[in-house]
Write a protein that binds this ligand. Structure first.
Ligand SMILES: [Zn+2]
Length: 258
């Protein structure tokens, strides 16, 4: 069969911590045969949008999602939304994201998070864009909102950390779970059980870099190169080959419609 390359479905290449070695890191990924790097732009931050424009122009393997993070939901405004829409008009983004609810850090009022999320779900539907979801301890409400808003396009729960029951419902609805280096952490037995129970057909790989370096690099600055370790771990959990995982992840990626 073919030689599918790695896909880092979610990273933050716009992050200032990459300002000194961004292009070198991307070049290393390309040299390693990565097929896609999906960087997440955030409309709350003009710098993020400008940097993402620059990144998208660097190489065809680079793709982007754009959204408004729930951490900043208290600051969401018509200005932020205009920025987001202008970015969507100018760039062929894969999806609207990351958007969602974070009831773990609770950095914004839950009511505001929910209102902004509903607004962005409607916007994605209007623009026929899939959604990339950020959810921490809020999977049940996220799923309920997607249903209530009658969202009908593909959905990916990025950096999935929820439980097996919510994962089962996500798969049941035909959505995707994207797993990060967290699955390599020593205490992540429950999450590894979720990986084991998730059909390969519903699974994607990501780093969420510069956050969440996998073991044994935990605590250091993470880069998309570490998706290799995430895929190795998925293959081990699934008792299959790395190439089999890569081929299925690539198929899943295409099913997002872009
Ligand atoms: Zn996130």
């Amino acid at each position: 069969m073919g030689h599918a390359g790695h896909i880092d479905f979610h990273c933050h290449l716009d992050d200032p911590c990459f300002d000194n070695d961004r292009w070198r890191i991307i070049d290393r990924c390309l040299a390693a045969g990565f097929s896609r790097l999906v960087t997440a732009a955030d409309a709350h931050d003009e710098r993020s949008l400008a940097k993402t424009t620059e990144i998208l122009g660097y190489h065809g393997a680079l793709a982007a999602v754009a959204g408004a993070h729930p951490h900043q939901a208290d600051g969401y405004s018509p200005l932020i939304e205009r920025r987001l829409l202008a970015f969507l008009d100018r760039h062929p983004v894969l999806a609207l994201g990351e958007v969602g609810l974070d009831f773990y850090y609770d950095l914004a009022a839950r009511g505001n998070q929910e209102a902004v999320f509903r607004r962005l779900v409607a916007l994605a539907q209007e623009r026929s864009l899939p959604l990339v979801i950020h959810s921490r301890q809020a999977e049940g409400l996220v799923l309920r909102i997607l249903e209530e808003e009658k969202f009908s396009l593909p959905v990916v729960f990025h950096c999935y950390t929820g439980d097996g029951a919510a994962a089962g419902e996500i798969v049941h609805r035909g959505y995707f779970l994207s797993f990060s280096g967290i699955i390599t952490f020593r205490k992540a037995e429950a999450l590894r059980a979720v990986v084991a129970a998730t059909p390969l057909e519903h699974l994607l790989s990501e780093t969420d870099s510069p956050y969440l370096a996998p073991e044994p690099e935990r605590g250091k600055t993470n880069t998309p190169l570490a998706v290799v370790r995430v895929v190795e771990r998925i293959a081990a959990i699934k008792n299959t080959g790395v190439q089999d995982v890569l081929e299925q992840v690539e198929k899943n990626f295409r099913r997002l419609g872009r």
